[in-house]
Write a protein that binds this ligand. Structure first.
Ligand code: BES
Ligand code: ZN
Length: 635
């Protein structure tokens, strides 16, 4: 809590309702349930004084103005002496604020804007205040929102809207305490154009109605980053009793085929780590500009259409988002510096689900690909002077939480858990995890709390000595620890043998690739030699049709080579890919590779100029920086 003190004192200079620092320190000692909330450097909220418990959201979605006009009615709990409620906002136009059902006008102030954090909205309250009503509209270019024109959708007839709140963008569409450590329930009434369906991270409708007004209910408390809304011409197709998929009409059949195993995944997950606590698990396939592969919005995962490979080969992403229903959504990282608790656990859980469905050899391929990603990320971060970011626990003060979204959280986190599994054996580790999710359900977790929980509930009872040094090496130090588990994928060994044969002169068309899954192909492409000739690229393309692949992972990996070798025949496909797909994970390495090449920088800028309107803020924010730095380096 000690950082809190300084932050609070600092923020006082910006605030109208001046209280002395000493008085604030006293208030923090007041014993309330929320006094335990961890300090979050990415939120202005002071939950120990007044904390949001429930949101009632009444919103009108206006595609013409590209704006949401809304009232956020917040039920709050106050500590003794409370005189302010502080909410996070970014670019919102606050029209008025009232208190209680009687709507007494309230004094409020929007503080100075921080480029990353936005502005605190400070509202004068009393300890008796139970409800605060904020009337507002979203700003132009609200960062969480992407408004798509009909041309940017599959159907080309209707506009589309989706939100992306993680990590700290919820504040750009709802005035809220936007910290992963603060949970609230919500209900909503959303008005949209009559021919469109609205969906949220809540109990959802399955079909459109005539009036374009939809009701939502989320009874389980969630942090703000899991608030989500999407509006578009979408239809629903059930998969199992508790599962189903939403997509635009022209995509729905493909989507229903691709995700046919949703129920089996859900059952496998429950079998591993306990009952699913969110009632339904549905998935929506969004238009291609969605900046992520998937986003674990409770009850309704948002997914990129780039996983519609036609052969169910990229569904580990669904296992991943589903796994977040436990790791992340149920037990939540307390701050973005503890992000590895969300993602590392989820990758571990994802691979266990895949293992349950497809067997250990399959899961081991995924682990090996993860290991390759991890090694590459460590090398890149070290080479660019960012080795601090190879730690699991990050200090992100003054930085964008997005800076912590690297393979370190995902894969170093995964391997740490795999190391723990190796120490105690799978049976004990599974029992431990099940209990961990159960006893911490709907709570937040810091890295330190996890270590304590781990010591008490797994290591000590099993007489396993884990030295401080082990924790240091895995969590607080840079690079990869000595106790890094070894991955050995037999199926990839077979791929390596074929790669070696090709390098030794066996023609590509004669390689033994018959039963390869897309993972084997990905391994093959990634490990092609760097010094290929144009003739070799042509040979591979002729034998395997990489440039025409409908699998986005393979395509992206292949383009890394075609860019490096300035392989002309792939250029139109590359342009097509970069202008239609908005998934940051693919865009960043491809643009990076392009600008490394002599004439690539110009091409990168040229493609970017065309593609940028199709990307979400999350992607343009990263790409603007990449291309600006590149330009600056040229000067
Ligand atoms: N929660 C993340 C996406 C995210 C992380 C959004 C941080 C904003 C900030 C999601 O679960 C995720 O990890 N998606 C991955 C897919 C996964 C299979 C690794 C993605 O989008 O690539
Ligand atoms: Zn994730």
């Amino acid at each position: 809590m000690k950082h809190n003190f300084f932050k609070n004192c600092l923020s006082l200079f910006l605030l109208p309702f001046v209280v002395s620092c000493a008085q604030q320190a006293n208030e923090r000692e007041v014993e309330t349930e929320s006094a335990m909330i961890e300090d979050d450097v990415h939120s202005f909220a002071r939950p120990e004084e007044a904390v949001v418990k429930h949101l009632n959201w009444e919103a009108d979605v206006d595609f013409e103005k590209q704006q949401i006009e809304a009232i956020a009615r917040l039920d709050i709990e106050t500590a003794e002496g409370a005189d302010e409620l502080i909410l996070d906002t970014k670019g919102l136009n606050i029209e008025k604020v009232t208190l209680g059902e009687e709507e007494t006008p309230a004094e409020f102030k929007v503080g100075e804007t921080d480029k990353i954090l936005g502005s605190p909205l400070t509202i004068a309250i009393t300890p008796e205040t139970e409800q605060v009503n904020v009337y507002y509209t979203t700003g132009k270019d609200a960062e969480a929102l992407q408004w798509l024109t009909p041309a940017q959708t599959a159907g080309k007839e209707h506009p589309f809207l989706f939100t992306q709140s993680q990590a700290i963008l919820a504040r750009s569409w709802v005035p809220i305490q936007d910290s992963p450590g603060i949970r609230f329930t919500y209900d909503a009434t959303v008005t949209v154009p009559e021919n469109l369906l609205a969906l949220m991270s809540a109990e959802n409708p399955q079909e459109k109605n005539d009036i374009g007004v939809y009701q939502f209910e989320m009874d389980q408390p969630i942090p703000a980053y899991l608030m989500a809304l999407t509006v578009g011409d979408v239809v629903f197709e059930p998969i199992g009793e508790r599962t189903g998929v939403y997509a635009e009409p022209s995509v729905i059949d493909e989507a229903a085929y691709e995700f046919a195993e949703l129920d089996e995944m859900l059952e496998a997950a429950e079998e591993l780590y306990g009952p699913y606590r969110w009632e339904r698990y549905d998935l929506i396939v969004l238009p291609p500009s969605f900046p992520f592969g998937g986003m674990e919005n409770p009850r309704l995962t948002f997914a990129t259409p780039t996983i519609l490979a036609g052969d169910r080969s990229l569904t580990s992403l669904v296992a991943h988002e589903l796994a977040h229903s436990w790791s992340g959504n149920l037990v939540t990282n307390a701050t973005w510096g503890d992000f590895w608790l969300n993602e590392g656990f989820t990758v571990y859980f994802e691979r266990r689900i895949m293992e349950a469905l497809y067997g250990p050899e399959y899961a081991e391929m995924l682990a090996e690909l993860g290991y390759q990603d991890l090694k590459e990320t460590v090398e890149e971060l070290e080479a660019s002077g960012q080795s601090e970011d190879t730690k699991l626990k990050l200090d992100l003060k003054g930085r964008n939480p997005d800076d912590g979204v690297t393979n370190i959280a995902y894969e170093k986190g995964y391997f740490f858990l795999r190391h723990l599994e190796n120490l105690v054996g799978r049976e004990k580790f599974d029992a431990f995890l099940r209990e961990y999710f159960d006893s911490n359900a709907f709570k937040t977790m810091t890295t330190q709390e996890f270590i304590e929980y781990l010591n008490e509930n797994l290591l000590e009872p099993n007489n396993i000595e884990v030295t401080d040094q082990t924790y240091e090496a895995w969590i607080y130090e840079e690079g990869l620890p000595e106790s890094m588990p070894v991955v050995e994928s037999e199926r990839f060994n077979a791929v390596d043998a074929q790669l070696a044969a090709w390098k030794n002169g066996t023609p590509a068309a004669e390689l033994e690739t018959k039963d390869w899954s897309s993972h084997e192909w990905l391994h093959f492409i990634r490990n092609l030699p760097e010094d290929m000739t144009e003739a070799q690229l042509i040979e591979l393309d002729k034998a395997f049709g990489f440039t025409r692949s409908g699998n986005s992972e393979l395509l992206a990996a292949w383009f890394m080579h075609t860019i490096a070798h300035q392989y002309e025949p792939a250029k139109p496909a590359l342009r097509e890919f970069l202008t239609s797909v908005g998934r940051r994970k693919f865009l960043m390495p491809l643009y990076k590779k392009l600008i490394e090449m002599p004439e690539g920088a110009q091409l990168a800028r040229d493609i970017y100029a065309e593609a940028r309107p199709n990307y979400h803020f999350v992607s343009t924010n990263s790409l603007d920086e990449l291309l600006e730095n590149e330009e600056a380096a040229q000067e």
